[in-house]
Design a protein around this ligand. Structure first.
Ligand SMILES: Cc1cc2nc3c(=O)[nH]c(=O)nc-3n(C[C@H](O)[C@H](O)[C@H](O)COP(=O)(O)OP(=O)(O)OC[C@H]3O[C@@H](n4cnc5c(N)ncnc54)[C@H](O)[C@@H]3O)c2cc1C
Length: 303
């Protein structure tokens, strides 16, 4: 058990989608961080045990800060990946975190938080002013740091940051029959794209046949995977929506499959496909110095 770190109090819990919540924290002292940094959040959670009962354990995970460093309250958004009660076959126990945190942690609770201290953290080139012209690539879970960045653009318009957000989700809605939006920050992003002059969002849905019709030039909808046109041929997605790939800085955030194309296969071995990194390099000619990445977890072929 580890309980090092500072205490932050949950002052609000806002449902974002059926499987994710924004937790708004009041740190006891003003939290000093830069855009793109993450925190490790720990608490005692109750999970199903092997004997059919429950057991309490200390557990912690990493979460990107999803709010502006210029604000007093700090937000993170937690999405359940492993379903509630899921027993990891190798460990033979329920070892998830997000499902239980989302269920059990409420307004008024306190959790332990440690800020990551790496100087070359995700988006450090943006935080330090080295890069201002940004194309941010997000998987279905991965947009949290972009939200912090957008809030920062609101707080610091003098910095002249330009952001083109590419955001990929399988579907807009939870299911054919349950029409709840299943895209984290969907309405918020559209509202901000319409009100912040330097922000554009490209929302792509990889498995929807119908997509919404845009009513604003800064809100763009597309179908299918990035870098693949609707007829299946390779597409220069960055060039298409940005005009050029030259000079643009490309942070990439999501699961391993999205970022690098690597997933764990059914036998535990790694399967290597193409992720955003390979596509940006091979199709758009983007160099590694113009990319940045944050990987949330290793995808499993079944996940
Ligand atoms: C730097 C960093 C920043 C992060 N920021 C965020 C953030 O802002 N928001 C956020 O939600 N997460 C973030 N994560 C991921 C986070 O740490 C947790 O991994 C995530 O909350 C999932 O927790 P979990 O308890 O559901 O699954 P975990 O116990 O953490 O396990 C993740 C594993 O579950 C597997 N899995 C996924 N779906 C299934 C499924 N259907 N069935 C079985 N297994 C499955 C995945 O393959 C993965 O290997 C971040 C991770 C890192 C390293």
């Amino acid at each position: 058990m580890s309980d090092s770190g500072v205490e932050w109090e949950v002052v609000d819990k806002i449902p974002e989608t059926p499987s994710s919540n924004t937790f708004v924290f009041s740190p006891c002292e003003k939290a000093e961080f830069s855009v793109g940094q993450f925190v490790t959040v720990g608490t005692t959670i109750t999970r199903p045990s092997q004997d059919g009962g429950t057991e309490e354990d200390w557990a912690e995970r990493a979460y990107s800060i999803a709010s502006s460093p210029a604000r007093d309250l700090v937000e993170i958004c937690i999405k359940t990946e492993k379903p509630y009660g899921y027993v990891t076959p190798t460990l033979k126990k329920a070892d998830g975190f997000a499902a239980y945190f989302n269920e059990q942690v409420r307004k008024g609770d306190r959790v332990k938080v440690r800020l990551e201290k790496r100087k070359d953290h995700f988006l450090y080139k943006v935080a330090s002013g080295l890069e201002k012209d940004i194309a941010y690539w997000s998987g279905a879970n991965g947009v949290e740091s972009a939200r912090g960045l957008i809030q920062w653009m609101e707080d610091r318009p003098d910095l002249g940051i330009r952001l083109l957000l590419f955001y990929s989700n399988p579907h807009l809605y939870l299911s054919e029959t349950d029409r709840r939006i299943n895209v984290i920050y969907y309405d918020w992003l559209i509202e901000k794209a319409k009100s912040i002059p330097n922000l554009k969002v490209v929302l792509t849905f990889t498995r929807d046949s119908q997509i919404p019709v845009s009513d604003h030039p800064h809100v763009i909808y597309r179908r299918g995977r990035f870098f693949t046109a609707e007829d299946g041929t390779p597409e220069k997605t960055l060039t298409k929506y940005r005009g050029t790939a030259d000079g643009v800085f490309n942070p990439i955030c999501g699961s391993s499959g999205f970022v690098t194309g690597v997933v764990a296969g059914p036998d535990g071995g790694l399967v290597r496909r193409k992720g955003m990194i390979q596509n940006l390099a091979e199709i758009e000619g983007v160099g590694t110095e113009k990319m940045d990445r944050e990987q949330f977890y290793l995808d499993h072929a079944h996940g």
